[in-house]
Design a protein around this ligand. Structure first.
Ligand SMILES: *Cc1c(COP(=O)(O)O)cnc(C)c1O
Length: 420
């Protein structure tokens, strides 16, 4: 198997180091994707909006092909795909575009506390402009409760925005059921489907989705290119544009199209369409292999988010009594993410893990593994051994873990604190 694109500076037991296991942050581009893009940087450099010469027609044809490839992967039609710079822009355009376009109808939006920041911060900004936002909680399994959703809907609700798959804990929200509720109530349903695209089947009609955010770089495509699915009938969805200009993309997103990026995103979608059934089996087998090794060799270790509805390549695990950051330093030849987010100068525990009910310390002890197309079984075995070894070493240094092992109930201890 080819390398995952990182600099190879070591080689242990046939495993090339460092190992990339952070495929929810971004994915390496598939070499087949790169190959499809190259002609559009030089020879076929035209502007897809140039209507009166061959250079423009060639670029436009390439863009239309990509539109079809992406549409096919989600059961849409090509005309329903709007190209953007990525899913951050797609989420902004979807939510702000609906808020502005449907403001006569109502000012209430429903989302969930575990959404990506591009959704949550967009909703927060709209609150400043007089919109009301309901942030649904999630259960310990990471899923919203459909009864909570039904109760939150009122006669001013214009939009429900709930992601298809979570980027930290990999759980799959019940989008079919959410879509059915929204359809019955005549409310638009937007879904950030970035992590689900090409990993699990998506069908905008089956799930009654009105608007869907997508991006190339989580799907072995290039960075800086995204898409927004915008439904054209039953019902036709209209969005106010954020960017004003040349009126590209049916007036919803002005700006010269990133033709090579779009071609690459299309190719990535085509590959995913063909390979998803087999790839998802292979990735979930690797994921289960890693999970079983970790859980059977370490105590006080548990999985976050339900495994019943889960992305094939995702595994989020708490190694209680171990500091996630120390663990990351101990395994510095493996690229993963911890349950801590750097906000300003401090390490904040992940808001997603906290929403599941995890305490700050347990959230900080968590690691997200993102297994992808270019990972091998040998890499997974190497990672499992390194983690088991490092967690055991760190716990030997942990007084709390010692006390738990001696049978002391930590919750009954009165700590002497100096307060801060
Ligand atoms: C990565 C990600 C985004 C942001 O996508 P960009 O294309 O990087 O802007 C949005 N939502 C989810 C769930 C993501 O994982």
């Amino acid at each position: 198997m080819s390398t995952n694109g990182t600099n190879v500076n070591n080689d242990v037991n046939g495993v090339k180091l460092p190992i990339y296991l952070d495929n929810h942050a971004t994915t390496p581009m598939d070499p087949r994707v790169l190959e499809s893009m190259i002609p559009y940087f030089t020879g076929k450099f035209g502007n897809a909006a140039s209507r009166n010469h061959q250079f423009g027609w060639e670029a436009e044809a390439a863009v239309e092909k990509a539109r079809e490839q992406i549409a096919k992967l989600i059961g849409a039609t090509a005309k329903e795909i709007i190209f953007t710079s990525g899913a951050t822009e797609s989420n902004n355009l979807a939510i702000k575009g609906v808020a502005e376009m449907y403001k006569e109808k109502g000012n209430h939006i429903i989302t969930a506390v575990t959404e990506h920041k591009a959704v949550l911060d967009t909703c927060k900004r709209l609150e400043k402009y007089g919109y009301r936002v309901t942030y649904l909680p999630v259960g310990a399994d990471g899923l919203i409760n459909l009864e909570d959703l039904k109760r939150a809907i009122d006669d001013k609700t214009i939009l429900v925005t709930i992601m298809a798959a979570n980027n930290e804990i990999g759980v799959l929200q019940p989008i079919d059921e959410i879509g059915a509720i929204c359809k019955e109530k005549g409310i638009l349903f937007h879904s950030d489907a970035v992590q689900a695209l090409g990993k699990v089947p998506l069908d905008v009609n089956k799930s009654n989705i009105s608007i869907m955010s997508l991006t190339g770089h989580k799907l072995y495509g290039p960075k800086g290119v995204g898409a927004l699915y915008v439904r054209r009938k039953n019902p036709r969805v209209q969005l106010s544009a954020i960017l004003d200009g040349g009126g590209h993309e049916r007036g919803m997103r002005s700006g010269t199209l990133n033709v090579p990026g779009i071609v690459g995103f299309g190719k990535a979608a085509e590959i995913a369409m063909q390979e998803m059934p087999e790839e998802s089996k292979r990735l979930s087998a690797l994921r289960d292999r890693l999970m079983n090794k970790l859980l059977s060799n370490l105590d006080e270790t548990h999985v976050n988010g339900t495994m019943e509805r889960h992305l094939p390549g995702n595994l989020n695990i708490s190694f209680v009594y171990v500091e996630g950051e120390s663990l990351l330093m101990g395994i510095n030849d493996i690229a993963v993410s911890s349950g801590s987010a750097c906000t300003s100068a401090t390490l904040e525990p992940s808001y997603v893990l906290k929403a599941l009910g995890l305490g700050d310390d347990v959230a900080h002890s968590s690691i997200r593994f993102g297994i992808g197309r270019f990972n091998t079984e040998a890499e997974i075995d190497y990672v499992a051994d390194r983690i088991i070894d490092t967690v055991k070493k760190l716990r030997e240094l942990s007084p709390l873990y010692e006390m738990v092992k001696e049978g002391i109930d930590l919750s009954k201890i009165e700590w002497q604190t100096e307060g801060h």
